[in-house]
Design a protein around this ligand. Structure first.
Ligand SMILES: Cc1cc2nc3c(=O)[nH]c(=O)nc-3n(C[C@H](O)[C@H](O)[C@H](O)COP(=O)(O)OP(=O)(O)OC[C@H]3O[C@@H](n4cnc5c(N)ncnc54)[C@H](O)[C@@H]3O)c2cc1C
Length: 290
């Protein structure tokens, strides 16, 4: 089935509830090929033009779920939502970015999904469309299961507030070249609310928001001046974010204890993870404020 509109796709899904929607297929076909999924039928979303672009709406951008990573990585999109463009540019090799979509990344909800911490930091919402109409749900509620997708619903749009201020996405991977995040950090400035918002991806099943660290660092910034921050405060922010997002290894991380990250002792992985989160958060803040 290849519907040409979102309404047609919702109708097709209602008529065939066992069918599975497919956008770029980069996640879905992997699951099929691995024998994890045997869909009775597929509903292809790739011909729905209304889902492949974006439009402005009351100070926000309404993004179609069918936007590909490649499209989001282009300069015109990067000028609009820089952190999302950066995440899209790093989401796998070119052939995956050409096919993989924003909607698929959200619905798959893999912890290493690169768009997810960005959407969490931006406090984006999604429009879910089903036989009973459309409803808007915060991305964070969708990801945590507080407000999950219902049977027969499709993800139509993602609404992202336009902040007109620096925003940064950084990711660490276990190896060089395009690969999955082992840690990712999204950080956005919201000058109108005099706020820094940050989300850490890949360290937990859903992106984590270090709310106290955000609030603390927002108070360290001279919002009316040059927005500079003391390097010690930036480093403290990194530590604050890391301690909020990665549990302390049992017994702390004393040098020589096997928990200082220098050997493979118990807790060493948690220590390394904390360090990585701390460095990425400090760096992201520094870049946003430079
Ligand atoms: C080699 C490789 C490397 C990758 N590297 C990265 C990476 O570095 N970072 C990263 O974030 N991701 C990565 N990915 C994952 C993948 O590319 C993304 O998750 C992609 O965004 C999924 O989009 P899709 O359109 O291909 O989804 P699909 O595979 O088509 O669908 C995925 C799921 O979402 C559902 N779905 C899709 N669209 C909708 C919709 N509009 N409404 C309701 N349900 C929908 C489908 O039913 C399915 O359950 C990688 C994948 C591969 C194969």
């Amino acid at each position: 089935m290849l519907p040409a509109s979102l309404d047609e796709a919702v109708t097709a899904l209602a008529a065939s509830p066992a069918a599975v929607p497919v956008a770029g297929g980069t996640d879905l076909m992997g699951a099929v090929n691995a024998g994890l999924l045997r869909p009775m039928a597929l509903i292809g979303l790739g011909r729905i033009n209304e889902l492949r672009g974006w439009q402005y709406q009351d100070g926000a951008a309404q993004l179609g779920a069918g936007l590909t990573h490649a499209r989001m990585g282009r300069p015109d999109f990067a000028a609009l939502i820089p952190a999302l463009a950066e995440a899209a540019r790093s989401a796998g090799p070119p052939q995956v970015r050409n096919a993989g979509t924003l909607g698929g990344n959200i619905v798959t909800a893999d912890p290493s999904g690169d768009t997810l911490p960005v959407l969490a930091a931006l406090e984006a919402t999604v429009t879910l469309v089903g036989p009973e109409g459309a409803r808007e749900v915060p991305v964070s509620h969708l990801l945590t299961g507080l407000d999950p997708m219902r049977g027969g619903e499709l993800l139509g749009y993602v609404r992202v507030p336009l902040l007109h201020a620096p925003q940064v996405f950084l990711k660490a991977t276990g190896r060089s070249g395009p690969s999955r995040s082992s840690v990712s950090v999204a950080l956005v400035l919201d000058p109108a609310r005099r706020a820094v918002r940050c989300a850490v991806g890949a360290v937990a099943p859903v992106p984590l928001r270090p709310l106290e660290a955000e609030q603390w660092v927002s108070g360290c910034i001279d919002w009316d001046g040059d927005r500079a921050i003391d390097p010690a405060a930036a480093a403290a922010f990194g530590e604050y974010v890391a301690s909020a997002c990665v549990p302390e290894p049992p017994g702390g991380a004393a040098p020589g204890s096997g928990q200082d990250g220098k050997d493979g002792g118990p807790g060493a992985a948690a220590v390394r993870l904390r360090r990585t989160v701390s460095v990425l958060a400090r760096r992201a803040l520094g870049r946003a404020l430079k």
